[in-house]
Design a protein around this ligand. Structure first.
Ligand code: UT7
Length: 340
């Protein structure tokens, strides 16, 4: 494969949002047969945020993130051209959530669409958004990763309910004016692992019925071990390949930003790459796995440390299986950003 030409899409701003309610391991101990010790040692997660307000959904978390993003980048909602929303928990099967977000933020001149790639949703959305900016036709593209996992998690299934949380992250993509931006990507989706991580019912294969509800098939179903193994291999291989073909080493990379599914997966990936954990963004202990939101939530929390030219590799793995890595050079001084 030939190297992609140097691209011109840059991240011009980032903002995250997490709901207020904190679901602790202690509370989960009251709900299922588990322990803080098991959850912490097997996953690294101590708490997650849950959207509890009646009538609120995925689009509301995304809209909160985007409103903050527009305020800090000084952009008017009507200047947005396109909104791409990575999510597996859309407000409704249709219409799509991106359009609902546009209406909630007042993006009256935009269009938009959702991308369903599970935990790789933000990577897929970022890749797609970058292509629109590179086309020259789109100047301001919102890329959002958001999931309200609490709406599809079975709080009777101890193997999954301890993992997931709710949250949103949004970035603004613009044409690059300083040479920094998205450089390269490796994106995959082979469908080979679809039975291991799946919501079995509610789609055209198994439409909703009293039986599908009774069989609890409208919840996340996961076989953890094969997913764990494939996640480590998928992310490690993607990061290794993107570094090799861009001729960069561990020393050149300022930050590795892995999807936050399990602290042990993150450690295994960084070990396999011989990459120091001090340069790996990790906040899983406070948010759990927020599916499409984990990577932008990390970038948001680390924003003040990011400098123009910092080489950053994002990597994710999720249901499908879907996975990949995106290599970018950070485009602005995060320390100068004023957060309201
Ligand atoms: O985000 C996209 C991708 N998702 C992931 O990457 C998640 C990948 N998988 C994982 O992170 C891990 O496989 C889990 C955290 C889900 C599970 O950890 P594990 O070390 O693979 O445990 P296991 O599923 O093999 O279960 C080991 C034992 C079992 O008991 P037995 O059969 O040995 O008696 C489980 O029943 O742990 C038991 N167990 C629990 N015990 C206490 C499973 N969940 C719990 C729990 N509390 N919450």
């Amino acid at each position: 494969m030939t190297l992609m030409a140097r691209t011109s899409a840059k991240i011009a701003g980032i903002q995250g949002y997490v709901p207020e309610y904190v679901l602790t391991n202690a509370e989960l101990e009251q709900m299922v047969e588990t322990s803080d010790e098991w959850i912490t040692s097997r996953t690294g997660i101590q708490e997650r945020r849950i959207l509890k307000e009646d009538g609120k959904a995925t689009s509301d978390m995304a809209a909160e993130a985007v409103k903050g993003l527009l305020a800090k980048t000084n952009i008017k909602p009507e200047d947005i051209d396109l909104t791409i929303c990575g999510t597996v928990t859309p407000d409704t099967v249709f219409p799509d959530t991106a359009n609902t977000i546009n209406s909630k933020i007042g993006a009256s001149n935009a269009w938009g669409f959702d991308i369903n790639a599970a935990c790789s949703g933000f990577l897929y959305a970022l890749s797609t958004g970058a292509r629109f900016v590179e086309s020259g036709k789109y100047k301001k593209v919102l890329v959002i990763g958001v999931d309200m996992m609490s709406s599809i998690v079975d709080y009777q299934d101890r193997a999954t309910c301890i993992l997931f949380g709710d949250g949103a992250g949004a970035v603004l993509l613009e044409p690059s004016d300083n040479g920094f931006g998205i450089v390269d990507e490796i994106m995959r989706g082979d469908g080979q692992g679809r039975d291991y991580l799946i919501m079995k019912a509610g789609g055209s294969l198994n439409p909703p019925s009293a039986e599908t509800v009774a069989r609890r098939e409208h919840f996340v179903h996961q076989e953890g071990k094969p997913v764990f193994k494939a996640a480590v291999k998928g992310m490690t291989d993607a990061v290794r390949l993107i570094m090799e073909r861009n001729d960069i080493t561990n020393d050149d990379v300022s930050w590795l930003v892995p999807h936050q599914a399990n602290k042990r997966i993150i450690s295994s990936v960084s070990n396999a790459l011989d990459f120091p954990l001090a340069k790996v963004m990790m906040n899983i202990e406070r948010y759990g796995n927020t599916t499409a939101a984990t990577i932008p939530l990390c970038l948001w929390e680390w924003e003040s440390k990011l400098q123009p030219g910092d080489k950053i590799i994002l990597t994710a793995f999720g249901g499908g299986f879907t996975w990949g890595a995106i290599y970018l050079e950070w485009s602005y001084d995060g320390a100068l950003v004023v957060n309201s």
